[in-house]
Design a protein around this ligand. Structure first.
Ligand code: M6R
Length: 610
């Protein structure tokens, strides 16, 4: 996944690179490196470990230079070693490259280049790029050498490239990996994401696939790989730099959990008018088309996939439209049966997940309409889809997704209202009840957050357990999956999510007095009584029951060891409230275990490789 930042300026760039990298570290934290040009020579400093550790050793701030590139690595090709840390250079030490992505044909290129006498220093796929450019430089200018190299490589890349002999020029290129350009005053930037440079500029240009940019301190020129100059729009970003800071919380994950009332309120804001749902112009799909939809396929990964399962439940239950939810990584290699009355929805916090982008492109090949539900303005997925609904969670930095998830559920709910109205599957009174229900959610979320004391107590008691089971039914089955995923991600404790009744078909064998079982059991007319039965089954086997129940429930506290209450709401909305205690439980357990919560091992926030 990796993070990239680069600056060309009229001042020293070391502090900006350091800040940029600190904001990008969620993308990878195996190793870090920087390259500055000073007196037409490279100064490359790198090391294994997190930014803070490496910075302590090398002190990046010691190195002057008005131009530089920096990288934090999430290893794909080659182990976690200093040699494999970026930047990588050619044989002459004149070309320096940082890369996010995977060069799929690197082995063939490496053999070819070695035959020509190139000596490789690392095991990475990235290094071939530096040598390829070096090889092309024999008969071409710098920009042309890069273009030729890019035409030869297959795979994904976001690149920052420096030439020691041209110390005023920073070159960038992208294909299927995110890269943006920031326009500053007497300085310009490249970066993997917007928040990493928000302190310095809000003027952003999005690079498209197979585009290349040449940046000097006062000019940015963008070309396609045939050298045609591209006219690009400068986007003004509304996010505040402070939104990407911890604001006194010990971890981004905790801050983001606590931000959920605000995030949901923002996501609803101005979208509900006179009991109607109105999306902004980016939504772009017409009522005429929406009325005709006969089927929806939702593609997503990870937590966004769980949100999609909740969406499936809402849309089928209320708008009466058949919905399938697919893992994007599977969908992209299938030959789906699609027609013009099918809508494809891609759900993604980052808008840059490689598999979700590929699934969307696959759908577009069939000519079907696509909609994305996304948190990051201008990200790849939003640019590919026909329409977009933004979740307005604000920058999500913690690797474990929290506020993005609940805002995705809120958007799914709004979209369900819109479709139910257009398809006349619900009457005005039912629509009004739904709208009243979601309007209450921000306040109700606040009261769920106030239950933190009981959740902390559970974390204190059970953080040493090695396994746990999460059970839910109906709209809360995906919440069981999400609760288990959160725990795995940040605490490294094995956890399984199951539909509660499915427990009897296997997992029940695991339950004994050492097994915490989290049961999501809000009071509803659908499955509540059945879940009560499931609770008895767990209890009979000695399992430690932690239940999520509706305020006022008298039955569940009699059976469960711990009960965490959520306010009364509509059944479909109970999922938004029920997930929050599970996020907090995962957080507190990980904290008790001393885990690196915002940078869990082996994970990266945005999975930009397949
Ligand atoms: O940015 P996306 O929503 O497309 O990311 C999808 C998954 O990688 C992401 O949800 C992942 O599962 C999170 N780390 C979960 O907390």
């Amino acid at each position: 996944m990796c993070g990239i930042v680069g600056v060309v300026s009229n001042k020293d760039v070391n502090q900006k690179l350091l800040n940029g990298l600190a904001n990008l570290e969620y993308r990878g934290y195996d190793s870090v490196g920087m390259c500055f040009i000073y007196n037409k020579n490279f100064r490359i400093k790198k090391g294994v470990g997190k930014l803070e550790e490496v910075h302590k050793k090398v002190n990046f701030l010691k190195f002057p230079g008005n131009i530089g590139i920096a990288h934090c690595r999430w290893s794909t090709h080659g182990g976690v070693t200093e040699k494999n840390a970026h930047p990588h250079v050619d044989c002459t030490n004149k070309i320096s490259v940082v890369h996010n992505g995977i060069i799929e044909n690197y082995s063939e290129l490496k053999v070819e280049l070695m035959k020509k006498g190139h000596k490789f220093n690392s095991e990475t796929d990235t290094e071939v790029i530096a040598h390829l450019i070096e090889e092309n430089l024999k008969g071409h200018k710098i920009e042309d050498s890069i273009k030729l190299a890019l035409k030869k490589i297959e795979g994904s890349y976001a690149l920052g490239i420096l030439f020691a002999d041209e110390p005023e020029k920073l070159i960038a290129a992208r294909n299927e990996s995110p890269l943006i350009i920031g326009i500053g005053d007497n300085e310009n930037f490249i970066a993997s994401d917007v928040p990493s440079i928000l302190d310095y500029t809000k003027k952003i240009v999005y690079l498209e696939d197979r585009e290349m940019a040449v940046l000097t301190k006062d000019k940015v020129s963008i070309f396609d790989l045939d050298g045609n100059l591209k006219n690009k729009i400068i986007n003004i970003i509304k996010w505040d730099a402070a939104a990407a800071q911890k604001s006194g919380y010990r971890h981004f994950m905790l801050k983001e959990i606590y931000e959920q009332p605000r995030a949901i309120a923002d996501t609803l804001n101005e979208r509900i008018r006179n009991n109607n749902v109105v999306f902004e112009k980016e939504f772009a799909l017409t009522n005429e088309f929406l009325k005709k939809i006969k089927r929806i396929i939702i593609v997503a990964c990870g937590t966004s996939w769980h949100a999609s399962l909740v969406g499936e439940f809402m849309l089928e239950e209320l708008a009466k439209i058949p919905v399938e939810v697919e893992y994007a990584s599977e969908f992209r290699y299938r030959h789906p049966i699609l027609d013009k009355d099918t809508l494809i929805i891609a759900v993604s916090q980052s808008g840059e997940t490689a598999d979700t982008i590929a699934a969307l492109k696959e759908a577009k090949n069939y000519g079907v309409k696509t909609l994305s539900i996304c948190n990051v303005m201008g990200s790849s997925i939003t640019r590919i889809s026909d329409g977009v609904i933004y979740t307005r969670a604000g920058p999500e930095i913690g690797v474990a997704s929290t506020k993005a998830f609940t805002t995705q559920l809120a958007v799914m709910y709004l979209f369900t209202i819109l479709l139910s109205k257009l398809k006349k599957t619900l009457n005005d009174k039912q629509i009004k009840d739904m709208i009243d229900g979601i309007r209450k959610i921000p306040l109700q979320l606040q009261s769920v957050l106030d239950e933190d004391g009981e959740i902390l107590k559970c974390a204190e008691l059970y953080h040493q357990k090695l396994n746990s089971i999460y059970l839910g039914r109906g709209v809360n089955f995906p919440i069981a999956l999400e609760g288990a995923l959160k725990l795995k991600e940040v605490s490294y404790i094995h956890a399984e999510g199951y539909p509660a009744a499915e427990m009897k078909h296997g997992p029940i064998a695991l339950i004994d007095k050492n097994m915490p079982v989290v049961l999501i059991a809000p009071h509803d007319i659908y499955t509540y009584k059945k879940v009560l039965g499931n609770i008895e089954e767990v209890k009979a086997r000695g399992g430690i029951i932690i239940a999520i129940a509706t305020e006022g429930d008298k039955e569940i506290p009699k059976k469960a060891k711990h009960t965490i209450f959520i306010p009364k709401t509509l059944y479909t909305l109970s999922s938004i409230l029920a997930v929050v205690p599970l996020q907090l439980l995962a957080y507190h357990i990980a904290d008790k275990l001393g885990r690196d919560i915002d940078k869990p091992r082996s994970l990266a926030k945005t999975v930009t490789v397949e």
